[in-house]
Design a protein around this ligand. Structure first.
Ligand SMILES: Cc1cc2nc3c(=O)[nH]c(=O)nc-3n(C[C@H](O)[C@H](O)[C@H](O)COP(=O)(O)O)c2cc1C
Length: 388
């Protein structure tokens, strides 16, 4: 019986997406760090993302990367709206690839949520006081309709059809620059109350032209953006779309049935993976409408996977190795994104390898620069325990 090979954990099974092979199923989801100036990733970003790469993560999807300057959430966001921003991204992707990690970009436009304070400075719309306090200068946000987020928020400018065309072009140009910057995977941000989600939402999109009205009209811009990005993004590289699977209840809400229709359309346009988040059209960008508990958004990844046949990524309070493994084993999702838990422990993936017995001996899967020492230390500690 001892000769029966022990199966490797699913969390460490590679995944092929088009011509890109993810070395394992662990993903860093996009997480803004609000540390950039003029949209440029800097040393802070290199160290921040570098820690996850040396920590064994398979795919890092970088934070929301603005495709237009006015599409930044805050002045600290990174971007790819100009050609001279490419080199700073390249420095990041070179390092991540050197560590065996796949670098991904999240192409984003903040819509009416642009011109905001970073969350740790309040997260509200920038005011003149922020210019005095933080040196942050407010700018005009745009949206499908002039519907402010809060009663006291500035009214966003309604996009006309020329602006909409410019936004589609900006996403395409962002994808072209992301490719030049060395990214291997692109994700379109269609969630959390930002521009593309605002177009989907009947509560925010009050347009009566081809980009509003019924669900087909409200889906038009996200689908045109997807087509434009897919044209720019090479056929051998994977494309992900992040959805807010549900964003409320009752009239005016975007519901799971809407998401299933959207996902089928996205699949037909060459989207490979659906990144399954929720919420954000009201309240903080990542406020979910389902009660938060361990794996609270996994049912969305499962429903989308089962009902559309698309590959899905689960995200949201997945913090334990065995929890992640169980999600994969139950066929609820194909990829596991671990966000805030990685801020707490960038070596989460390597610890998961130890816990799930991947690679045989503890620390076998770790970079030898750390693993060699830690394996010896573990033996020493065990010897003392045995002696005691
Ligand atoms: C600091 C921080 C920044 C975030 N920035 C983004 C972002 O840029 N784009 C995005 O789609 N989601 C963003 N999110 C949401 C995360 O990608 C993720 O969906 C969320 O944190 C839930 O996963 P978790 O429980 O593993 O942290 C952010 C979350 C945090 C904590």
């Amino acid at each position: 019986m001892n000769d029966v090979p022990r199966s490797e954990p699913l969390l460490f099974a590679p995944l092929e997406l088009r011509s890109v092979t993810l070395p394992n199923r662990v993903v860093i989801p996009p997480m803004c760090v609000y540390a950039a100036k003029d949209g440029m990733p800097n040393d802070w970003h290199l160290v921040h993302y570098g820690k996850f790469a040396t920590g064994g993560v398979g795919l890092i999807i970088g934070e929301a990367t603005a495709v237009e300057e006015r599409g930044r959430i805050t002045p600290g966001d990174i971007g790819l709206w100009r050609d001279d921003q490419v080199a700073a991204h390249r420095r990041l992707t070179d390092f991540l690839k050197g560590e065996g990690c796949v670098p991904g970009v999240q192409l984003a436009h903040a819509g009416r949520r642009a011109s905001s304070q970073p969350p740790f400075h309040g997260g509200r719309s920038l005011t003149a006081e922020d210019e005095r306090r933080l040196g942050y200068v407010a700018w005009q946000a745009v949206a499908p309709s002039p519907v402010p987020e809060h009663n006291d928020s500035p009214i966003p400018a309604e996009l006309d059809s020329a602006d909409i065309k410019a936004i589609v072009d900006a996403f395409a140009a962002g994808a072209r620059r992301a490719l030049e910057a060395g990214y291997e995977v692109a994700e379109i941000h269609g969630a959390h109350g930002y521009l593309l989600h605002e177009f989907l939402s009947p509560a925010v999109n009050r347009r009566d032209d081809a980009y509003g009205g019924d669900r087909e009209g409200r889906m038009r811009l996200p689908l045109e953006v997807t087509e434009a990005v897919r044209r720019e993004w090479p056929a051998d590289k994977p494309l992900i779309f992040r959805v807010s699977a549900v964003d409320g209840e009752g009239e005016g809400a975007w519901l799971l049935d809407d998401t299933l229709v959207l996902c089928r359309e996205l699949g037909e346009r060459g989207v490979d993976v659906i990144d399954c988040s929720s919420g954000g059209i009201r309240g903080p960008a990542t406020a979910a409408v389902v009660p938060r508990g361990p794996g609270y958004q996994v049912p969305f990844a499962e429903a989308i996977k089962r009902q559309t046949g698309l590959t899905t990524m689960a995200v949201g309070l997945i913090t334990e190795a065995r929890q992640a493994e169980a999600i994969l084993a139950a066929g609820q999702a194909d990829l596991i994104a671990v966000g805030r838990e990685m801020l707490d422990d960038p070596n989460w993936t390597l610890r998961a390898a130890n816990e799930l017995g991947y690679g045989g001996a503890p620390y076998a899967a770790w970079p030898p620069n750390y693993g060699w020492w830690l394996e010896r230390r573990a033996r020493t500690v065990a010897m003392f325990k045995d002696a005691g």
